[in-house]
Design a protein around this ligand. Structure first.
Ligand code: NAD
Length: 321
């Protein structure tokens, strides 16, 4: 069968797919050409940039499976795929460590002004008193979203001597407790945490979860970290809170629009900003690529994929012919 790989994935993943199928790697295709080529393929592999929207699903008249090398499927119209009988699979476990470690990198950078101090030294300055930081040991970390990444951060934060509280409406106190997390209502987490870190999926339910009201509940010295999805935070409200010193600082890896060329967050004080690097480690790229490739092969070979995001009632993979 024919597989279109439309974004970069690890060579090990391509090798796996090539063992049994014809693989075309076409990176950076203009949208029109991407749509024009789609009818030739049974499988499509993407990361987070190529939009597999209803139009693309309609164009992919032979598609059986869409594989997302990564966890969030917000660039895929899963409902349209389900309607069309196309299975969507992802690679949810491969980048957990990378995202957790990047979150901690941002936290340390914020606590010790690493980026601003670096820029200052490069300007020829030596302003030691301008960059006094805070220690993390003994502080309260509030984790919103206690899935794979949220719990991986809890496991690491305990080693830093942080007290960990968290909120997740779908997790029991026992499951949270297994990671040393005290499960609390959202408002309590916001009010008590010195650091609030977001690890929820980007869905309709989590859109604007951190808005002006919720920012106002946080301590004026608190840090906000977002390595989940940009839609979760109201960036204008966050920028205003930082400008008015109603919040201590914020570190973002994800944005409402990426790149965030006209976001007010670019001019807000006490921020550390990275360009969606959460999953960008050598190890994670191999892991997610291979994991996604394995899932795509499962569907093409008519087995049950472990990480199906949807369950079409009449999947094309099972149709005769
Ligand atoms: P996961 O599915 O394992 O965990 C998400 C958790 O959020 C679940 O436990 C779920 O119950 C919880 N949740 C859902 N709605 C919630 C709500 N309204 N309030 C609180 N909790 C809620 O996912 P994960 O692998 O831990 O990934 C978390 C997020 O990180 C996703 O948005 C993913 O796309 C993102 N991510 C970003 C990068 C990056 O490069 N920045 C890399 C990897 C993952």
């Amino acid at each position: 069968m024919r597989i279109l790989v439309a974004e970069p994935v690890a060579e090990a993943a391509l090798a796996l797919l090539r063992e049994r199928h014809d693989v075309d790697v076409r990176l950076g295709l203009p949208r029109g050409e991407f749509l024009a080529r789609l009818p030739d393929y049974e499988a499509l592999v993407v990361r987070s940039q190529v939009k597999v929207d209803a139009e693309a699903i309609a164009a992919g008249s032979r598609l059986i499976v869409v594989g997302r090398a990564g966890v969030g499927v917000d660039n895929v119209d899963v409902d349209a795929a389900t309607q069309a009988g196309i299975v969507v699979v992802n690679a949810p476990t491969g980048n957990t460590v990378a995202a957790a470690e990047h979150t901690l990198a941002l936290l340390f950078a914020l606590a010790r002004h690493v980026a601003a101090a670096d820029a200052s030294v490069r300007r020829g300055e030596w302003k030691r008193s301008a960059f006094g930081g805070v220690e993390l040991t003994g502080r309260t970390l509030g984790i919103i979203g206690l899935g794979r990444i949220g719990t991986a951060i809890a496991d690491r934060a305990r080693g830093l001597g942080m007290h960990v509280i968290g909120y997740d409406p779908y997790v029991t106190a026992e499951a949270a407790g297994a990671h040393g997390i005290e499960l609390r209502p959202l408002d309590d987490v916001l009010a008590e945490a010195d650091v609030v870190t977001l690890h929820v999926p980007g869905t309709g339910d989590t859109r604007g979860l951190i808005d002006a009201d919720r920012l106002a509940r946080m301590k004026p010295t608190a840090f906000l970290l977002n390595v989940s999805r940009g839609s979760v935070v109201d960036e204008a409200a966050l920028a205003a809170a930082l400008r008015d010193a109603r919040l201590g600082g914020a570190a973002l890896d994800v944005y409402q629009a990426e790149p965030p060329t006209s976001s007010p967050i670019l001019d807000a004080p006490n921020t550390v900003l990275t360009p969606h690097l959460g999953a960008s480690t050598a190890e994670a790229q191999v892991r997610v690529g291979v994991e996604a490739a394995e899932q795509v092969l499962e569907v093409l070979e008519r087995r049950m994929p472990r990480y199906a995001v949807n369950r079409p009632s009449n999947p094309r993979a099972q149709r005769p012919g």
